[in-house]
Ligand binder design. Structure first.
Ligand code: SRM
Ligand code: SF4
Length: 555
């Protein structure tokens, strides 16, 4: 039996023997040790909790024979990224009192806390629960946080979709009460608990994680084709409003396994709103039955779809759905907004999208910076906070008369407006990587500002300094900041080297191609610059860099 197989058997066995995700978590939490047993580490992921250690001090502690600096990361699932002022204040309180002082907005519109000690876990989850939030099912082999274009929340034309992310979160959360028993003393909160008993998960849940996104019909800020299942609200000529359904996307790869790859989703069908839950359940059950449980690196649904072909997968879904699927409509992805800047909503209230910078909401100095600015706004007004899939935040439902107030608070804390952002900085993404991520091969978030500055200088030298360029960086090929669909993707390979990918679609509809391997970070701007010059000289009017690179390298 290979290592991969034996470790997988262990993980499947842990799920099976866990008594619905309980295992010995309670006992482990009560012990004086700063860390947990391996079994609990795996089960805790279902509860949104990752065991980590501070990798900045790993080597020196190991060499000195000391215990590692054990810390935990907690991910809070926030369907569609939507929060009230009270919920934002509660997250801010946790950041200050239980975590490392930062709120980390994720590429799936969730929130992560880093640097939490074992002794703080129950306090943290209890605090979330009191404000109708939960970390349960934010990670693990289940349906993860559903992402949804913020435009579907704040734009009245799409009100029928506004609650969909919440509905899917409740509908497809595992029905076990384990989380509530372990973390919130058995208290129940109807708003965040599962609605329906879903025996379809079974005792071993899904082979791996499952991701759903809902894109705006006119734009794709959520990278809908990178998901296991994507929904695009559309109007069918005969059946009216419903959803275009795509399946089988995913971006993670592994250097150790060449048969892993990034893949864009294929069109599956059109469903009406009434049919949607049954269709998703049929897809989940197909994946549950056919996904590879012998190799976690190849266990995602995209490999089932790729291996059997979309037609074969579709036939399996039809069997479980109990009827034939309609032919999909032709749906094009036209744009992808970053949601930054001011906008007037149809009810005459305002919203402002604020660039956060790799999602890290943290002050620059005590009492000064973006975290304090957002806290002041949440204290002062009943607002809606919308986390975007670009790790940014939209402060929404601002009364028209409050525009001056909001502008003043943001300016006083040095939060820059959209017009002050650089052309790469504006949309650049980075995953957390070091020092918290156990899978990181190289730096990411901490090096993003330098890389952005250097690439912006290259843009200026190439004579295209005012043009937007989408750059995404990760510390390994798992692809958490979605570099595989970026115009410029920088992917960690070893401690000091990165692979450079170019030519992804800014609308998320094309994979980037590997341009050059094993570059030092400092070398990337120089490799990019000649292509930026060619873009200026040979690009068509209005043609983005990704489209240009893809066009000229295809011919
Ligand atoms: Fe991710 C694992 C961070 C979005 C593909 N991801 C991880 C872990 C939990 C590392 C680990 O397993 O120990 C990272 C936590 C590091 C830390 O210290 O915080 C991590 N992923 C993130 C976040 C925070 C990146 C960010 O900068 O925002 C995103 C949290 C999402 C959320 O709120 O749920 C995040 N991860 C993604 C995405 C993008 C997306 O979903 O839109 C992807 C690519 C899409 C996909 O799933 O294919 C992604 N993460 C992975 C993978 C590769 C999975 C695979 O198919 O092989 C891993 C590795 C794994 O699961 O073992 C991973
Ligand atoms: Fe960690 Fe890799 Fe994801 Fe970055 S891309 S957070 S290094 S797993």
């Amino acid at each position: 039996m290979s290592d991969v197989t034996s470790s997988l058997v262990a993980e499947e066995g842990i799920k099976l023997a866990s008594n619905n995700l309980r295992g010995s978590i309670l006992e482990d939490l009560a012990s004086a040790a700063p860390n947990l047993s391996g079994h609990s580490e795996h089960l805790l992921k279902f509860h949104g909790i990752y065991a980590q250690d501070n990798r900045d001090v790993r080597r020196e502690r190991t060499q000195a024979g000391e215990t590692l600096d054990y810390i935990f990361m907690i991910r809070v699932a926030i369907p569609g990224g939507r929060l009230s002022s009270a919920q934002w204040l509660s997250l801010d309180h946790i950041a200050e009192n239980v975590a490392d002082g930062s709120i980390r907005l994720t590429t799936r519109q969730a929130v992560q806390f880093h640097g939490v000690l074992k002794t703080g876990l129950q306090e943290l989850t209890g605090q979330l629960h009191r404000h109708a939030m939960t970390s349960f099912a934010a990670c693990g082999d289940v349906v993860r946080n559903t992402v949804m274009c913020p435009g579907l929340v704040s734009d009245d034309a799409h009100t029928h979709v506004t609650e969909l992310a919440n509905h899917l979160a409740r509908t497809f959360k595992p029905a076990t009460q384990a989380h509530w028993e372990i973390f919130v003393n058995g208290e129940r909160a109807a708003s965040i608990e599962p609605e329906i008993e879903h025996s379809f998960y079974g005792d071993t849940y899904l082979p791996r994680k499952f991701k759903i996104a809902i894109a705006h019909p006119d734009e794709n800020c959520v990278d809908v084709l990178a998901q296991d299942l994507g929904l695009i609200p559309v109007v069918h000529p005969e059946l009216g409003a419903g959803y275009h359904v795509v399946i089988g996307g995913g971006l993670g790869r592994s250097y150790a396994q060449p048969d892993t790859f990034a893949r864009l989703a294929d069109a599956l069908t059109f469903v009406t709103p009434e049919e949607l839950d049954d269709l998703i359940r049929a897809v989940l059950v197909t994946y549950r039955d056919l996904g590879d449980r012998t190799n976690r690196r190849r266990a995602r649904m995209k490999y089932v779809v790729a291996d059997m072909g979309t037609a074969g997968f579709r036939a399996e879904v039809e069997q479980r759905y109990g009827r034939a699927l309609r032919a999909p409509l032709a749906v094009a992805l036209r744009d992808a907004s970053d949601h930054l800047g001011w906008r007037t909503l149809s009810d005459a209230t305002l919203e402002v999208g604020i660039r956060v910078g790799a999602g890290r909401v943290r002050d620059d100095a005590p009492g000064r910076g973006i975290r304090t600015a957002l806290r002041e706004l949440a204290h002062a007004r009943e607002l809606t906070f919308l986390i975007t899939a670009q790790q940014d935040i939209v402060v929404s439902r601002i009364a028209a008369a409050d525009r001056g107030f909001v502008t003043e608070v943001l300016a006083r804390h040095g939060v820059r407006g959209v017009d002050d952002l650089g052309p790469v900085e504006r949309t650049a993404l980075a995953c957390p990587a070091l020092p918290t991520c156990g899978q990181a091969l190289a730096e990411s978030e901490r090096r993003l500002p330098t890389l952005v500055r250097d690439v912006e200088e290259s843009l200026a030298r190439a004579g295209v300094g005012a043009r937007a360029l989408q750059l995404r960086m990760t510390g390994c090929p798992n692809g958490c900041a979605r570099p595989a669909v970026a115009e410029v993707g920088v992917v960690g390979r070893t401690k000091n080297s990165y692979d450079l990918y170019l030519g992804g679609g800014p609308r998320g509809d094309r994979l980037a191609a590997l341009h050059q391997e094993k570059l030092k970070l400092e070398e990337i701007p120089a490799v990019l610059e000649p292509w930026l010059v060619r873009w200026r000289e040979e690009g068509l009017v209005g043609e983005g860099f990704g489209d240009f690179y893809s066009r000229v390298t295809a011919s």
